[in-house]
Design a protein around this ligand. Structure first.
Ligand SMILES: Nc1ncnc2c1ncn2[C@@H]1O[C@H](COP(=O)(O)OP(=O)(O)O)[C@@H](O)[C@H]1O
Ligand SMILES: O=P(O)(O)OC[C@H]1O[C@](O)(COP(=O)(O)O)[C@@H](O)[C@@H]1O
Ligand SMILES: [Mg+2]
Length: 472
């Protein structure tokens, strides 16, 4: 009865309507300060009314596949203000923290939250916890900062986060103790996949202790690897910044004898930054991403293609996602390059695929009489420390509004996200259930192939991990 979704491409994904249900702390009994504004609102192409829902899928064939009444078609709860809210705003204490890697727009989200909570809901006490989840440990819990609209007025003009961030695991019970000690009623966790997992743990620990604290996730990551969100905030600013490095390397490579331009971009398990930046710069000849394994040697391998390209065009520009080709580093004689360690949060540290490529391309081209001029850039943190662009700035503000409304309406264990251009509530369990990756069979990768003219795969096709499509 509840088995609603079953994608047949790749690993089958079955979603139950219950997976999409949002947890509420209880009945909403207080009039919202925004209720007057909502009296005549109804669903339109630009607004999702309270009580209506946003469809998970958006093609005729997918919808036709459901043999259930419309109210049972898989859908998300719409985000936005409610006429009645759960918390009495005058007695609310809110907490905000940012965790994980930096991302353009973190300050914009903090600013948007503070403004919405203070100005519209008249929340009097908003605490910023410093340096991510570490700020909730017993050691650091007193080191908070009171956030006011005045305090945050101009923070969106800077990259990074005024609250600081960190990686590393913390004890959920210790974190709940901190929330209790500060009297926090609603906590906003601005984080990536790790942060959303941590927010889930926190919610569970809060529930186990029967506490009345709402936990709302605001998904952030430049990798765009979180599912059920059209694109994560900051991603656009990050790839726009990456685009400039591709352009620089292209200019350098084109001006050098047998020029090889190589740009390594962030993207641990998902190649979105590499794909989008390459499309935006439109100068890349080859894009390598973690989702599509490649082979170096052989007539269909990468090296042969690079050689052919240099012979024909005089140079070649390669955009490399840092997580690409990790399988090549599994070879026994390359074990020294394979990171295999994990960072403080348990994320795998990647092997140095850029070093391997530089070495193998140089050796190969030299051996065939095309001694290359290697032009290599690793912009690294430069692309994620930038100020949010105008688009992300608006996006962050609207996500912050949605998050504030969700919290005041007593939603918990939920993230706010933009899905098919509507703002929705996504249960945290769903947010952490899978990784968003570039679908090798999807239209984004098709555009990359159309633009670069590179072959669909380098070398013998390997069995690749299938991406559940429909979510990317
Ligand atoms: N499975 C998990 N359970 C609880 N906390 C987690 C989990 N995974 C990550 N975290 C915590 O969430 C925080 C952010 O995670 P991290 O992976 O560093 O960044 P991001 O949120 O950007 O993915 C870290 O403090 C980390 O310890
Ligand atoms: O910040 P660190 O620890 O150097 O890690 C770098 C990693 O962080 C990222 O920028 C983003 O990761 P998260 O969004 O999961 O924090 C990756 O692209 C990159 O591999
Ligand atoms: Mg992460």
């Amino acid at each position: 009865m509840d088995a609603i979704l079953d994608y047949d491409q790749g690993a089958p994904v079955t979603l139950y309507l219950d997976d999409l249900r949002v947890r509420h702390l209880g009945e909403c009994r207080y009039d919202s300060p925004l209720s007057e504004m909502l009296t005549t609102k109804q669903t339109s192409p630009h607004y999702v009314a309270e009580g209506d829902r946003v469809l998970l899928e958006d093609t005729v064939s997918m919808l036709a596949g459901h043999d259930v009444p419309p109210e049972q078609v898989p859908s998300f709860e719409g985000a936005g203000p409610r006429k009645k809210i759960y918390f009495d705003p005058s007695s609310v204490t809110a907490g905000i923290l940012t965790c994980g890697g930096l991302c353009p727009g973190l300050n914009n989200v903090i600013r948007g939250l503070v403004q919405e909570l203070a100005v519209h809901y008249k929340v009097k006490r908003i605490l910023g916890f410093r340096n991510g989840l570490r700020g909730l440990t017993s050691e650091y819990r007193e080191d908070t900062v009171e956030l006011t609209p005045d305090h945050v007025r101009d923070i969106h003009n800077a990259g990074g986060t005024i609250l600081g961030s960190s990686r590393g695991n913390q004890d959920p019970d210790e974190m709940v103790d901190s929330l209790v000690e500060h009297g926090v009623d609603v906590l906003f966790v601005i984080g990536g996949d790790g942060g959303m997992r941590a927010a889930t743990c926190l919610s569970k620990a809060i529930e186990a202790r029967g506490l009345d604290i709402s936990v709302i996730g605001v998904p952030k990551t430049i990798d765009n690897d979180l599912p059920f969100t059209d694109q994560s905030f900051g991603f656009q600013s990050a790839f726009a910044s990456a685009m400039d490095f591709i352009s620089s390397v292209s200019v350098e490579a084109a001006a050098s004898p047998n020029g090889v331009g190589l740009v390594k971009l962030m993207g641990r398990h998902s190649g979105f930054i590499a794909a989008y930046a390459a499309l935006a710069a439109n100068g890349a000849d080859i894009v390598l991403i973690p989702e599509i394994p490649f082979t170096l040697d052989g007539p269909d391998g990468l090296l042969a293609y690079v050689e052919q390209h240099v012979r024909k065009k005089g140079y070649v520009v390669i955009v490399l996602a840092e997580g690409a080709g990790q399988e090549l580093l599994e070879e026994p004689d390359l074990a020294h390059r394979n990171g295999k360690a994990t960072d403080a949060s348990g994320n795998v540290k990647l092997g140095k695929i850029d070093d391997l490529l530089k070495e193998r391309i140089t050796d190969h081209l030299t051996a065939v009489g095309l001694a290359p001029t290697m032009r290599y850039i690793d912009p690294s943190y430069a692309i994620r420390s930038v100020v949010a662009n105008a688009y992300d700035s608006v996006y962050c503000l609207r996500l912050a509004h949605a998050a504030a409304h969700a919290a005041m309406a007593g939603r918990t264990e939920v993230a706010v996200a933009r899905w098919r251009r509507r703002f929705v509530h996504v249960p945290l369990s769903l947010m952490t259930s899978r990784r968003n990756q570039v679908d090798p069979d999807g239209d984004l990768w098709m555009s990359v192939l159309e633009t670069t003219c590179q072959p669909a795969e380098f070398g013998a096709q390997r069995e690749r991990e299938k991406v559940p499509s429909g979510f990317c």
